[in-house]
Write a protein that binds this ligand. Structure first.
Ligand code: HEM
Length: 388
């Protein structure tokens, strides 16, 4: 998609005949992500919008990723109390040992294999296990999420035609089923609280009050999905980029601290989320001489902004120790990724373990097959031959 994004940047605020707008320069995306006239609330869309209709039929209320202040801020604050700094820093640091053990366990199981699939054997099970453990979801239920998460993720694309409507319908079924599962689980945790995030969210009260049952369901479903497909794709996109740059792979083997800027560069170069969830203009917004009319759907093209030559030197080159790398891979502004500290640690650990342990890895198919999604970019499979 990158040549297409380069073309789009020539008209950084681009409208189509249906009245949708795509914004693709770094400066304008950043500006708009901080502009309160651009709403994230799915209910701000016209009543005939297929996604708006799906929300109306859903048994789950919109999560805070799909709401505006003050509703958004209250929910985000309440979740942050259990997850974000200062909790996160301590919590995630304490998890490091367990995360390393887990990835090494996965690699131990592949030891005698000559070929592995980075997606199914490695990148997929890891983040699912982590987010389930954090939330307090029984390990035997983890495999049930695979189908739900995929159906929900694929319904995130802009709805185009009949096919788009089908994907939305499938996503709706998955969301309702997952919501039902979470409702039952919340009930169990309410009766018997454990030392997990879900139990803490149920029992926590603060100046913001308590989370309602509806808010608990929508927030936990969001964490489960958001912490899932994206992280899988970052591990896989990172592995693919490393295997295409064997000198960097070799360097990482001897210089494990390189992983910190390298993960940031992967988020810039191959972001798992290619554009932000659809925004709606709440007023006429004139930007760079173009007026986006009130009510228009707006897409902020993270992946295009990340390769904007006005902002980044040699944007199409993967530079593992790039400096001044304020990429948009986790978004920006009030919806900046809530799980970024966790995702960073997971991916740093996963890629470092691969660099340490894989012997003479070679890509079997390049380019690999990709997932059928415009918004979420990542290979469906990534087959690698290894010497053991
Ligand atoms: C928001 C990317 C991992 C939870 C976002 C946004 C992006 C993003 C781009 C902004 C969306 C928007 O403005 O429309 C990523 C990537 C990840 C990742 C690339 C992995 C590499 C995670 C994890 C979690 C998580 C592990 C949870 C544990 C969230 C939530 C939001 C969010 C709840 C909404 C925040 C809000 O609306 O205030 N993420 N994410 N993400 N992310 Fe992530």
């Amino acid at each position: 998609p990158y040549p297409l994004y380069a073309e789009m940047r020539k008209t950084p605020v681009l409208g189509d005949e249906d009245g949708n707008y795509a914004v693709s320069s770094y400066r304008l995306i950043t500006e708009l992500l901080h502009d309160p006239r651009l709403s994230s609330d799915i209910r701000a869309r016209p009543p005939d919008d297929p996604k708006q209709q799906a929300v109306a039929q859903s048994s789950i209320s919109p999560a805070f990723i799909r709401t505006d202040p003050p509703e958004h801020d209250r929910l985000r604050r309440m979740l942050t109390r259990q997850f974000g700094p200062p909790h996160t820093v301590g919590m995630i640091d304490n998890m490091r040992g367990d995360l390393e053990k887990y990835v090494n366990g996965l690699l131990d199981r592949m030891q005698d294999r000559k070929q592995i699939d980075i997606v199914d054997d490695y990148a997929y099970p890891f983040p699912v296990d982590v987010i389930c453990k954090l939330l307090g979801i029984p390990p035997e239920d983890e495999k049930r999420f695979h189908g739900w998460a995929e159906d929900i993720a694929f319904s995130l694309d802009p709805a185009i035609g009949e096919e788009g409507r089908k994907l939305i319908a499938k996503g709706l079924v998955a969301r309702n089923e997952l919501g039902q599962y979470m409702r039952a689980l919340i009930d169990v945790h309410r009766k018997q609280p454990g030392n997990d995030m879900l139990s803490r969210l149920i029992t926590d009260s603060s100046a913001d009050g308590r989370l309602t049952e509806e808010e608990l369901v929508s927030s936990s479903v969001t964490l489960l999905i958001a912490g899932h497909e994206t992280t899988v794709n970052l591990i896989t996109n990172g592995t693919l980029t490393l295997l295409r740059n064997p000198d960097v792979f070799e360097r990482l083997r001897h210089e494990p601290d390189l992983i910190i800027p390298l993960v940031e560069e992967t988020l810039r170069f191959e972001p798992p989320v290619q554009f932000n969830s659809q925004r709606t203009a709440l007023a006429d917004i004139t930007i760079d001489g173009v007026t986006i009319p009130k009510g228009a759907p707006v897409y902020l093209m993270i992946a295009a902004g990340n390769r904007d030559p006005v902002r980044f030197n040699e944007p199409d080159r993967f530079i593992p120790d790039r400096e001044d790398n304020q990429h948009l891979g986790f978004g920006s502004g009030i919806h900046y990724c809530f799980g970024a500290p966790l995702a960073r640690v997971e991916v740093q650990i996963a890629l470092n373990a691969l660099a340490r342990r894989l012997i003479n890895p070679r890509l079997v198919v390049d380019p690999p097959p990709y997932r059928q999604s415009a918004v979420l970019r990542g290979p469906r499979h990534l087959l690698v031959d290894v010497d053991g």
